[in-house]
Design a binder for this molecule. Structure first.
Ligand code: ZN
Ligand code: ZN
Length: 707
């Protein structure tokens, strides 16, 4: 049988401290050894040419996740047994680092329940993707009062012998049930379950703490989605939660989506119970992986909005949309626990609960089920029994971005001339080199043909910006007559009044010489308003000289307008909100209208006084053959600068970035470029080598609080 050595920067086994420079030795799908790479024991294996070596680089290797509570994904609800769908979902789960899962079912009337349990009994375990090991029946012996979103018709009193039946029907695939601990006959029920190695979990219950403690003493194994659908811990009416926090060795599931349980409560629970008693689950609904929209869950109409899932009629929570990898990252974030403990809660503990010998953690004799994470703990690949069942697809390479052109009343044709842009528009007043506003201005990614906004959504691992939308944008402009006098509001104002982001600008002058409006001369609000009313704009605005090579920062609330005779490039966050104070009473020759003014909004946002404005003092420095100039660097907003190369140089950023070539041509690595082009470089990309005399602008985005 073939032996394979998997090398990783860190291996977390779930048993003891993590191993730096670790190696996992796998044979025939099982783990033979996990140790440090300098362990003497490895010598013979390293010398043996028949032993495979897989190097996972600077990654972290952890046990594959075991999700014991999930209702489906990709539109498939486990309540409808279907071998093909099960295969798809199993593959999908592997992508979130899961190597084993239980399919959770909701309470249904007995005749329906029998039917689908029987179908599951005949179903094979899919060979690809995560391993399906059976059923968690979330019911039917629950308390109606805490049915949550379940069908009332599905809920009933304990019927002796039904578990025996279910185990027969499913051919031993029933692994776990959820039951209300106050049910009559709970002791005998637990015995019946344990006789078949079925774990008994409590939830959907109206039990008092005493009733719950009694059921735990009778052998109950733990709690399904602790805190949800059960009596709470209150000081005069202690409930099921009190019993869970009190009793020493039951397991407690936590839905760590940050929504079912407040992160502070997750943290407190961890402090009380410790990692040994907690199990992270997704309790994911069937629409996971499908984005926002409506879906049916256990027969109930629901809707996913953002990361929340709700029933349509009452707005009740309808499961989560997270994956196990999110649960894993969240438990680290919410509790501050070490990674070793996060691994216990996502792999070791659920395996202990279900008494699975071959699964849970990494140690000799167990299945080689593991997940490889990058520096940000995103899933790179997933292995089940030593076989790769998932590999992250997106190719890390340079992508050419095609611009969007816009006609402007004040625009000229210098951008067409200088950069050879082709367009039928009477002028290219503005050229958006980087913009991703879905359904509006949106660049195209040449290699994939996708709009940049879709590319961003589909390949978040290339950006890792932590934002819902692509956070930055870049546009070139060529005003031949002055642009309107305007300002941009801050985010708070823009959100409140327009439901979108504000837009602080930064502008670099590529060529030409001229003037621009920046700030104003008024000392008080009254003075400002009086001059606006009198249309005394010449007196009001401050005009400063600008020339090629200058960078002007335009913070929120700063009056500005670019004059003619220059070509410029603007950097900003991905927003498009401008309030115009004055447009010289011009009539747009195309629309035959005056453009709208926003005097009140300008008055709401204007900085007063604002009379000390000038281009930013720049400090170029040389590094590895590149003269770098940082124009502006503001985490959470945008970071931009320029790179000047004489012959050859190298450049690297941790974040993703866009390069827009202002002058010259040459090569980035093996990729030829010329002036006017824009290239996207994914995050965590190695150093790029730039050859050829050129001047290149870059824009990137740094997160405010990085994990
Ligand atoms: Zn539930
Ligand atoms: Zn559930």
């Amino acid at each position: 049988m073939t032996l394979t050595l998997h090398f990783a920067k860190t291996i977390v086994t779930g048993y003891g401290p993590k191993i730096d420079d670790g190696v996992l030795l796998e044979e025939g799908g099982n783990i033979v050894l996990v140790t440090r790479s300098d362990d003497e024991v490895l010598r013979s294996y390293l010398r043996d040419p028949s032993v495979n070596q897989v190097h996972h680089g600077a990654s972290t290797l952890i046990p594959g996740f075991l999700d014991i509570h999930t209702h489906g994904a990709l539109g498939h609800d486990f309540i409808h047994p279907d071998p093909e769908q099960l295969k798809n979902v199993a593959k999908f789960f592997a992508g979130e680092g899961t190597t084993t899962f239980l399919a959770s079912l909701m309470a249904k009337p007995r005749h329906i329940e029998r039917e689908f349990l029987e179908v599951y009994g005949k179903m094979d375990v899919p060979e690809d993707g995560a391993r399906w090991i059976g059923i968690h029946n979330e019911g039917p012996f629950l308390n109606l009062k805490f049915k949550a979103m379940m069908e009332a018709e599905g809920i009933r009193k304990i019927v002796k012998g039904e578990i025996d039946d279910d185990v027969q029907l499913t051919k031993n695939k029933l692994r776990m049930v959820t039951v209300a601990p106050e049910s009559d006959g709970i002791e005998a029920f637990i015995e019946e379950c344990h006789h078949h190695q079925v774990a008994v979990m409590f939830a959907h219950t109206d039990a008092t703490a005493q009733q719950t403690l009694h059921a735990l003493a009778a052998g109950g194994d733990g709690f399904t989605h602790l805190y949800n659908a059960m009596t709470q811990h209150t000081h005069r009416n202690p409930g099921a939660v009190t019993a869970a926090l009190l009793e020493g060795d039951s397991f407690c599931e936590l839905i760590t989506d940050g929504f079912h349980i407040d992160p502070l409560v997750v943290k407190l629970t961890y402090q009380i119970l410790g990692s040994r008693r907690l199990i992270c689950i997704t309790d994911a609904n069937p629409a996971k992986g499908m984005g926002d929209g409506e879906f049916v869950f256990g027969g109930v109409e629901c809707v996913n909005v953002g990361r929340k899932a709700l029933t349509k009629d009452t707005g009740r929570i309808a499961g989560s949309t997270i994956g196990m990898i999110d649960a894993f990252k969240n438990i680290l974030e919410f509790t501050g626990c070490p990674i070793e403990e996060a691994v216990e809660m996502t792999s070791v503990n659920p395996a202990k609960l279900l008494k699975l010998d071959k699964i849970g953690g990494l140690k000799p004799g167990k299945f080689a089920d593991f997940t490889v994470l990058d520096e940000r703990y995103d899933v790179v690949s997933t292995y089940r029994e030593g076989k790769k069942v998932f590999q992250r697809e997106t190719e890390r390479k340079l992508y050419k971005i095609l611009p969007v052109f816009n006609y402007r009343i004040w625009g000229g044709n210098r951008l067409k001339e200088k950069y050879g842009y082709v367009s039928d528009l009477p002028n290219i007043g503005e050229c958006y080199n980087v913009i991703a506003m879905k359904g509006h201005l949106d660049c195209t990614v040449e290699a994939t043909g996708q709009k940049l906004s879709d590319f961003f959504t589909a390949h978040r691992d290339l950006f890792k910006s932590g934002t819902d939308e692509m956070p930055v944008r870049t546009a070139m402009a060529n005003p031949v007559i002055p642009m309107s006098i305007q300002l941009h509001p801050d985010d708070a104002y823009a959100m409140k009044h327009e439901g979108k982001k504000g837009k602080p600008d930064g502008v670099y002058f590529i060529e030409g010489e001229g003037t621009m409006v920046l700030g104003h001369t008024a000392k008080t609000n009254e003075e400002f308003k009086a001059k606006v009313d009198a249309k005394a704009f010449d007196e009001l605005v401050r005009v400063i000289p600008v020339k090629a090579g200058d960078f002007v920062d335009v913070p929120y609330g700063t009056l500005h307008a670019f004059g003619g005779g220059v070509t410029l490039i603007e950097f900003t966050q991905n927003a498009d909100l401008t309030y115009r104070l004055y447009d010289y009473d011009r009539i747009d020759p195309i629309t035959k209208n005056r453009r709208t003014l926003h005097i009140r909004q300008v008055l709401d946002n204007i900085r007063i006084p604002n009379d000390d404005t000038r281009p930013v003092e720049l400090h170029p420095f040389e590094k590895e053959g590149v003269v770098q100039t940082v124009f502006h660097d503001e985490p959470g907003v945008y970071t931009a600068g320029k790179l000047e190369i004489q012959n050859e140089g190298t450049f690297r950023l941790d974040e993703f970035y866009f390069l827009t070539v202002l002058e010259g041509n040459g090569k980035i690595d093996d990729q030829e470029f010329k002036a006017g082009e824009t290239w996207f470089v994914p995050c965590e990309y190695p150093s790029i080598k730039i050859t050829g005399k050129s001047c290149i602008a870059y824009v990137t985005y740094r997160r405010e609080g990085k994990i």
